[in-house]
Design a protein around this ligand. Structure first.
Ligand SMILES: Nc1ncnc2c1ncn2[C@@H]1O[C@H](COP(=O)(O)OP(=O)(O)OP(=O)(O)O)[C@@H](O)[C@H]1O
Ligand SMILES: [Mg+2]
Length: 492
């Protein structure tokens, strides 16, 4: 960046066309009217007079093509306002993709553009050299595929960007294109590529949630490894996931939601809801902390059936599906168990009949003994080399145990589903090469941050120090038991 600042200092004279910062628009263009030492006076095109330091003034390319350039290495000035202006110009013309060399930049169109991703478009990009056609996500997948087929090289494609930028949608397009290139049309039954593509709705039902930024935000990282045989056909695949946001299972804030699967199950056909003793989402503590229950334009009942169908395709049996949803329902009931103070000091009991009903239902759904479950919630067992110590918990600590159990069950369920998908798709031990697609995620920084935000956001130096000194050696569960007030740590 510094080299550009120097370049701008050298080039700027009275009359120069420049970019200056604008609090509302980020950057605004204008013309230099006066220079006093380090101070540059600019008359902007929106009628303002701005005086700013010369290091904050960037030259504007007045000869840039009106429609922008499709590869930003062609820009005369590769500085922030130049890049943003070029992307904005192209976006206005519905060109959502732009290259910077062999990196593709995608801007979220927030509307369906079906022709951009249809089979005809896929056929066009097949075998075309990068840069020969308009920038496109298919071109990136094609380069990876050709390098693999021609040179036997494995490749990975990294998709990054802030929440809501379109990473997951882009990842799906990449997978669809690779399935198109390496798929086996006309094969009977479930093909590997079909299973890989259908693993998306299943993973999204259990790993995605509505956040303030994205109605379908991935709350886990995902690396999909697609294996190919020596003729370039898809022969196996593996999905690796990491760092599921566990805290969301028990704690959500308005207007966000918990994981989609909870709402889908509450909208299941009546006989299934009865089987799991489910009511409306409003009746469950893990869901009613936020007043948002529905998503615009989404029918939960239809999505439930679609998720079931996707589970069929990825090879999760009826019986296993039933077990999965029993666990989902059990977590909802678990969250409704409340505790009251017990007779002894620092002890607790199940609060009332309603809580007792949820405890019994949880035990029934998890197929465990209700008394053992109750003991596990209101007591803590510590094993020392000498003895096993059992101590009772006060109601607050019992709530902590309840939530820790819900989070652990949910994350184990998620991992189990991923394993199941992988076993069902199958790995090819003789695979010649792979193409990996990484849908990496960036966590937001909230007022109240939990473990997940904390361990990803290392921007704050004090936090980093604190983490290294006190927390680094802790396991995540120990960490949650500590019940540290993260927002306090952030602000200290
Ligand atoms: N290429 C696209 N065409 C049409 N709509 C898109 C496209 N990319 C993204 N969107 C829209 O933007 C929404 C958010 O995109 P997506 O879920 O891919 O974001 P993300 O980067 O994965 O966010 P997060 O980090 O929260 O998971 C999608 O649900 C979809 O409505
Ligand atoms: Mg995503």
């Amino acid at each position: 960046m510094r080299t550009f600042v120097i370049a701008s200092q050298v080039n700027i004279i009275v009359g120069s066309h420049v970019w200056v910062e604008d609090p509302g628009l980020a950057w605004i263009d204008g013309q230099v009217t006066r220079i006093d030492g380090q101070d540059v006076h600019v008359q902007t095109t929106n009628g303002k007079k701005v005086v700013t330091n010369i290091s904050k003034v960037f030259p504007k390319d007045t000869e840039a093509p009106p429609g922008g350039v499709d590869d930003m290495t062609k820009l005369s000035y590769l500085h922030e306002p130049g890049v943003l202006q070029n992307l904005a110009t192209r976006y206005e013309l519905n060109e959502i993709y732009t290259y910077t060399g062999n990196i593709l930049i995608a801007i979220n169109p927030f509307q369906k553009i079906p022709h951009l991703y249809d089979t005809h478009m896929m056929e066009q990009y097949k075998g075309a050299a990068l840069g020969e056609l308009s920038p496109h996500v298919f071109a990136i997948a094609d380069v990876a595929y050709r390098a693999m087929v021609n040179e036997g090289k494995s490749n990975s494609i990294l998709v990054s960007g802030e929440s809501g930028a379109g990473k997951t949608e882009t990842t799906k397009m990449l997978m669809r294109y690779l399935a198109h290139l390496g798929g086996r049309s006309g094969v009977e039954g479930r093909t590997v590529e079909q299973q890989v593509l259908e693993s998306n709705p299943v993973l999204e039902a259990f790993g995605n949630a509505k956040t303030v930024r994205n109605n379908n935000s991935s709350r886990f990282g995902k690396f999909v490894e697609i294996q190919f045989d020596k003729s370039g056909r898809i022969s196996g695949a593996a999905v690796r996931t990491y760092l599921l946001e566990r805290s969301r299972v028990c704690q959500i804030s308005d207007p966000e939601r918990n994981y989609h699967c909870f709402y889908l199950l509450c909208a299941a056909p009546a006989e299934e809801r009865e089987k799991y003793k489910l009511g409306s989402p409003e009746s469950f503590h893990y869901l009613n902390q936020s007043k948002c229950y529905k998503l615009d334009g989404v029918s939960e009942a239809e999505e439930y059936l679609a998720t079931r169908r996707a589970m069929d395709i990825v090879g999760i049996s009826e019986e296993e599906q039933d077990a999965i949803f029993r666990v989902v329902a059990a977590i909802l009931h678990l969250g409704n168990i409340e505790f009251a103070k017990g007779k002894e000091i620092d002890s607790s009991v199940i609060k009332d009949e309603k809580s007792r009903f949820h405890l019994n239902t949880t035990a029934e759904l998890l197929k465990c003994d209700p008394k053992s479950l109750e003991d596990a919630l209101i007591k803590r067992v510590m094993v020392t080399p000498e003895e096993v110590i059992t101590r009772t918990l006060d109601p607050e600590a019992a709530l902590g145990s309840r939530d820790a159990l819900a989070k652990t069950i949910y994350s184990r369920l998620f991992d189990w589903i991923v394993d199941k998908i992988n076993i069902s798709i199958g790995q090819d031990p003789n695979s010649k090469a792979i193409i990996g697609v990484l849908d990496i995620y960036g966590f937001e920084s909230f007022k109240q941050n939990s473990f997940e935000q904390f361990c990803i956001n290392f921007t704050n130096e004090k936090l980093q120090q604190h983490f290294n000194q006190h927390v680094f050696k802790m396991e995540q569960e120990d960490y949650e038991k500590e019940q540290i007030n993260w927002s306090y740590i952030e602000f200290c």
